[in-house]
Design a binder for this molecule. Structure first.
Ligand code: DGY
Length: 310
């Protein structure tokens, strides 16, 4: 089998115990041509959110391919119907990163509204400063209403943490909550917890941003293309909304230039699930899925298309 990136040593040891393993042993993704070439002839692939799993890759891999274990909970990089058509089982890594991602959401929110990142930049610039009653005042979470757009596992965990800080919480979801426009118009913090799909692409566009309160902020730890980043930069630059904290970007890893200049913006490089424990747990879910399909011929618990093995 082929794994497309370096990953935690414990996971590698487990994979080597069960499979003949080829690893692209780098922090960077393999170039597309290399991915296609190294997938050829494999029974299993362990892939990352930066790898596109589509007909081209499945053709290159060949008809013996049986499983793609994607090292992420979001699987917008995988054409699941194409895999299903060829009888290739796809798995993702749910649950083990729920709390970790929710925690980063709260960290970003605090960094933004308590001006932690801005204060860090000020100190590093060696600017003159002295404690003062009016210096760099932020807002306490307990005075704010959090609007969760998407109320799955991660959204619910963010709610639990936010309530501990005394926040009011409202949400919108496919099955309930309040309508999106009402949430945008009333929340002090709009936080996105949706998968990327044709329906959610640019869900937060100029129109949506115009509905938000001028004092409100946006937090995104889901997928970058859910936000129209140019419209966001414009809304921030003109004071249409008060701030944004982003873990993900529309053309990741590129970041819209204008955002880099703004003090009311916190930017981090897709760190939602980035703790060693969580990355090991994500890797172990991939190992379990690969073993289930390749050694036991059964669908794993985290299969996205278990029907291919039934
Ligand atoms: C995911 O799993 O979808 C995250 O974006 C990366 O951990």
């Amino acid at each position: 089998m082929f794994a497309t990136r370096r990953f935690p040593a414990r996971v590698r040891a487990e994979l080597e115990r069960s499979f003949e393993l080829d690893v692209h042993d780098s922090e960077w993704p393999p170039p597309r041509e290399e991915l296609l070439a190294r997938a050829a002839g494999c029974d299993g692939l362990m892939t990352m959110l930066t790898d596109r799993i589509d007909d081209e890759l499945l053709d290159a891999a060949g008809p013996q391919l049986r499983v793609v274990a994607d090292f992420a909970v979001g699987f917008d990089n995988v054409d699941v119907p194409a895999c299903t058509r060829r009888g290739v089982l796809v798995s993702n890594t749910p649950d083990v990163l729920t709390h970790t991602t929710a925690e980063l959401t709260v960290a970003l929110l605090l960094a933004l509204v308590r001006r932690v990142a801005e204060g860090d930049r000020l100190v590093r610039r060696r600017e003159d400063w002295i404690w003062a009653p009016n210096m760099m005042l932020g807002r306490g979470l307990a005075s704010l209403t959090l609007g969760l757009v998407g109320f799955g596992r991660i959204g619910r965990e963010v709610e639990r943490l936010a309530r501990a800080f005394g926040m009011e919480v409202v949400h919108t979801s496919r099955t309930g909550g309040i309508p999106l426009d009402e949430l945008l118009a009333t929340a002090d913090v709009v936080s996105l917890h949706l998968p990327l799909s044709a329906e959610t692409h640019h869900l937060i566009d100029a129109r949506a941003l115009a509905l938000m309160k001028p004092t409100a902020v946006l937090v995104n730890t889901s997928r970058g293309p859910i936000v129209d980043e140019a419209a966001l930069a414009q809304a921030l630059a003109t004071g249409r909304i008060a701030g944004a904290a982003l873990d993900v970007f529309e053309r990741e890893p590129e970041v819209t230039e204008e955002l880099l200049e703004l003090e009311n913006v916190v930017l981090v490089p897709h760190l939602g699930s980035a703790t060693l424990e969580t990355r090991e747990a994500m890797g172990m879910l991939c190992v379990e899925a690969l073993r289930a399909v390749l050694l036991e011929n059964r669908p794993p618990a985290n299969a996205l298309n278990p029907e291919v093995l039934r």
